[in-house]
Design a protein around this ligand. Structure first.
Ligand code: NAD
Length: 453
């Protein structure tokens, strides 16, 4: 079937009220949970085949997060979907206000390859909870995961409700041109712009989950062992191919040698060898070459070895880096960690703030003033103090970027809202009419309206 026909059938299903009933939304969420649980082994094998991602990582960074989101939405969706009373202001008395969340309708979800399940299925869970139909296009760059998602969802859900379309930019482009009620896109800022432009032609609302260069600041008063342990984990998770991974570290100059030793010890301890289950591969040759071109061998203080046959790049730390280096000109999205130094934290924050707003930012410090300086002076999607990456693993807070790193957010309540339009309704039962509202207007009318508004 053509995608336009599929969308028409989803529109008919949506307009017939097929997604409105809360019980059937919960049933769909439960069904999704069961499909995933009974196929966990196959789901792990697929990401292992795509880029060497281990079963531990597949569970910890993908399936586990999807299960939490399903449980959250099942627990809360009745409360989110019911009408909510709102206060009435003086100008509208007597009358009652309430708000109702209505599902946007037919949603298009386009995913990135680096977390191929989580990035398509968490928005799907939120869209189902909100009462929408969905078409999903996972990334063609993780082909085994994309194929399995298509098989599992297309054989278990009717295509008028949920459908997985497989393919690359050509399929994505033909989907963008259709009149969806919302497009949810995860990927690079470059393609995000293409999506935004295509959506504008149909006035289709978008949520854009993009990337950027997420900084980490490490001050001399931090617990440096903890900082090194957590930064190494967050940076080399998925071989650095994580949207909220620390992109670069700004280290206070006085502790640089000590911090480098701690980073080296931690990387060795974690055993990120070629072929190890602790470490993923680079997704393809193009990215492998792109990442290598960012490494300046004269600045490497750890790592740097590679294997083109297995698409392995050893965790690599570069020191003495500044903003003119190639590695600072784009999102790294790979296992290369540049270290910059500062003497004055405020100046380092100002330097970071001159660039595009990142998806995440982190600071390691024991000083409350320094934490606050980073949080207040730098604009970023979300982040952590004395930790990295973990802020995205809590469905009680929104997740999303700002500026160049994205538009809108999801996860938990924000996820339900992402796929809902909130209608404000005034219920006017009384026949009482305040006469000042109607012409012909007099000075007295003007006095009353001034007092009311
Ligand atoms: P990408 O932008 O290359 O691809 C994303 C999706 O867009 C894929 O499904 C792809 O098929 C499609 N696409 C690619 N080119 C297209 C085109 N010309 N026209 C239409 N569609 C096109 O991104 P990627 O390489 O899959 O992922 C890496 C990027 O995604 C990084 O920038 C990373 O930071 C970001 N990311 C963000 C998040 C987040 O939650 N904010 C999560 C993961 C990745």
């Amino acid at each position: 079937m053509e995608y336009s026909e599929l969308l028409d059938s989803q529109k008919r299903f949506f307009n017939s009220g097929g997604t409105r009933d809360l019980k059937s939304r919960k049933a769909a969420l439960k069904k999704l949970m069961n499909i995933l649980k009974s196929n966990e082994a196959r789901l792990s094998e697929a990401v292992m085949a795509d880029f060497g991602k281990s079963a531990f990582d597949a569970y910890a960074t993908e399936l586990g997060l999807i299960y939490s989101e399903i449980k959250f939405q099942m627990r809360h969706l009745r409360g989110f979907a019911r009408p909510h009373r709102a206060k009435t202001n003086l100008a509208n008395m007597p009358g009652r206000f309430f708000t109702v969340a209505e599902p946007f309708g037919c949603i298009l979800i386009i995913g990135a390859w680096n977390y191929p399940y989580q990035l398509t299925l968490v928005p799907l869970v939120d869209a189902i909870a909100a009462g929408c139909t969905c078409m999903l296009k996972p990334s063609e760059m993780a082909p085994a995961a994309s194929k399995l998602l298509a098989e599992l969802l297309n054989s278990n859900f009717s295509s008028e409700y949920i459908f997985v379309a497989e393919g690359g930019a050509d399929v994505a482009s033909s989907l963008f041109s259709l009149r969806f009620d919302k497009i949810f896109f995860t990927g690079s800022p470059r393609v995000g712009k293409i999506v935004y432009e295509a959506a504008a032609k149909n006035m289709t609302p978008v949520t854009l989950e993009l990337g950027g260069k997420s900084p980490v600041f490490v001050t001399a008063d931090a617990n440096l062992e903890d900082a090194a342990k957590r930064i190494v984990w967050g940076k080399f998770l998925n071989a650095g191919q994580t949207c909220v991974a620390p992109d670069y570290v700004y280290v206070e100059e006085s502790i640089l040698p000590q911090f480098i030793s701690l980073l080296k010890a931690q990387i060795s301890f974690n055993k990120y060898e070629d072929g190890s289950e602790n470490y993923a591969r680079i997704i393809d040759r193009r990215h492998f070459d792109r990442i290598l071109a960012l490494i300046d061998p004269s600045k490497v203080v750890y790592g740097g070895s590679t294997n083109a046959d297995t698409l392995y790049i050893e965790p690599t730390v570069m020191s003495g880096v500044d903003w003119d280096d190639k590695v600072m000109k784009e999102e790294i999205f790979g296992p290369v960690l540049p270290l910059l130094t500062f003497r004055n934290l405020d100046e380092a924050i100002s330097e970071a703030a001159k660039r595009d707003k990142p998806l995440a930012a982190y600071i390691f410090t024991s000083s409350k003033r320094k934490q606050e300086a980073m949080i207040r002076r730098l604009s970023f999607g979300g982040g952590c103090v004395n930790e990295v990456v973990m802020h995205l693993a809590n469905e009680n807070v929104p997740f999303g970027g700002v500026g160049a790193s994205g538009i809108g957010s999801y996860h938990g309540r924000a996820g339900f809202d992402c796929f809902s339009h909130v209608k404000s309704i005034l219920l006017k039962r009384s026949l009482f009419e305040p006469g000042f509202k109607y012409p012909p207007y007099t000075k007295r009318h003007f006095c009353i309206i001034r007092r009311l508004l």
